[in-house]
Design a protein around this ligand. Structure first.
Ligand SMILES: [Cu+2]
Length: 200
């Protein structure tokens, strides 16, 4: 066979393979268009994902450690904790466990803080006394700047439903709060997505 014949045979093989592919059943529908698609704006109601590394549980020391990141995503103009707002994320810990909140502000623009407060209505416009002693970052009102960190340690010595709230004035009113529960019956800390309650 000449070199030319090999080329022709090779081309036919490619053609036949392609024809075979074309006869296979259609591929599944492609995933939704990326957020950058000009015709499909990013849905703001999309449920954020929980990262299993956010909560570290030490059952021996009875300590729950939460990585709490202010402005993790652009959701709500970055007025969110770990990408959740308006109570959409709940940290639950057993009564009398130790809690460590490793707070970091990932927002490149605005300062943020965090404290545990009672679940009150209406939402306070700025800092209030923490519901549990020492359950607050430094500079509640002023907030911590971009990539600043603070580690909060306290004992969850009061059962009930609380909020994790940004104390910078106006932020919690705009949705920058999630939930914190201290349970007398649960045996293990959990971090779960919960019903969002915008304008509760
Ligand atoms: Cu804030």
């Amino acid at each position: 066979m000449t070199h030319f014949a090999w080329l022709v045979a090779g081309s036919m093989l490619v053609i036949s393979v392609r024809a075979g592919m074309a006869q296979t059943p259609p591929a599944p529908a492609p995933p939704p268009a990326p957020a950058t698609s000009p015709t499909r704006p990013t849905p703001t109601t999309q449920t954020p994902q929980i990262d299993c590394n956010w909560l570290i549980v030490d059952t021996t020391a009875k300590t729950a450690t939460l990585q709490l990141v202010a402005g993790l995503t652009g959701l709500n103009g970055a007025l969110n904790f770990n990408g959740f707002k308006d109570g959409g994320l709940t940290l639950s810990v057993p009564l009398n466990w130790k809690v460590v909140i490793a707070f970091r502000n990932h927002d490149g623009v605005l300062p943020h803080s965090a404290e545990i407060i009672d679940s009150v209505k209406p939402m306070p416009p700025g800092p209030v006394d923490p519901a549990i002693p020492r359950a607050m970052t430094v500079r509640l009102q002023q907030g911590l700047g971009s990539e600043e960190q603070d580690t909060v340690r306290f004992v969850a010595n009061k059962a009930g439903s609380f909020l994790i709230f940004c104390g910078v004035p106006g932020h919690a009113l705009a949705g920058m709060w999630i939930r914190f529960k201290v349970s007398p019956v649960e045996k293990r800390p959990t971090l779960t997505a919960t019903a969002s309650a915008a304008g509760r």
